[in-house]
Write a protein that binds this ligand. Structure first.
Ligand code: IMP
Ligand code: MG
Length: 172
């Protein structure tokens, strides 16, 4: 069960986050960013990415679920925790660990637009293009990855393995 192989190393993660941070600083020049972190998976990425960004940032945390204990998606999105503060007129950057089928981010983008954000952009650490079912515009993508179930750096199986410091996949 614990036969993990490195897919994205700690070094690759840091390097790519530096690049994303520079791009985000350029695109949001002079603006305050409201970062919406999708818990729990994106906490690690949100912290390490935004520590590299010099803009003024306020944080909101939202919790959605589409996966149960298994590695299979259920397809329906459940909102477990909504925003704490108004985002009306704010420039929102959603930070998420992965875009897989696209259902979570499609739901979330609509949800935040409905709350009156001035702009809503999306930054994901990883994308599995092969798995996409819903078309969503993603503004920043860290890494495109193959259709493998990953763990580590926030990714879990049934709540475990999030604290592995790199992104790994399970060798079959
Ligand atoms: P969606 O299918 O794009 O809606 O993604 C739903 C959620 O599935 C993501 O936010 C992740 O939490 C989870 N997920 C998708 N692929 C993986 C994986 O390989 N490992 C761990 N979680 C995953
Ligand atoms: Mg998630």
């Amino acid at each position: 069960m614990e036969n993990f192989k490195v897919l994205i190393s700690e070094e690759q993660l840091q390097k790519r986050m530096e690049e994303l941070a520079r791009q985000i600083e350029k695109d949001y020049e002079g603006k305050e960013i409201t970062v919406v972190c999708v818990m729990n998976g994106a906490i690690f990425f949100t912290v390490q990415l935004t520590l590299k960004i010099k803009n003024a940032i306020t944080y909101e945390f939202i919790q959605l679920a589409s996966y149960g204990e298994s590695t299979e998606t259920s397809g329906n999105i459940v909102m477990k925790k909504d925003l704490e503060n108004s985002i009306e007129g704010k420039d929102v950057l959603i930070v998420e660990d992965i875009i897989d089928t696209g259902r979570t981010l499609n739901f979330l983008k609509k949800h935040l637009k409905d709350k009156g954000a001035n702009s809503v952009k999306i930054c994901v650490l990883t994308s599995k293009p092969e798995r996409r079912e819903v078309d969503v515009d993603v503004d920043y993508i860290g890494f495109e990855i193959p259709n493998k179930f990953v763990v580590g750096y926030g990714f879990d199986i049934g709540g475990k393995y999030r604290n592995i410091p790199y992104v790994a996949y399970i060798e079959e």
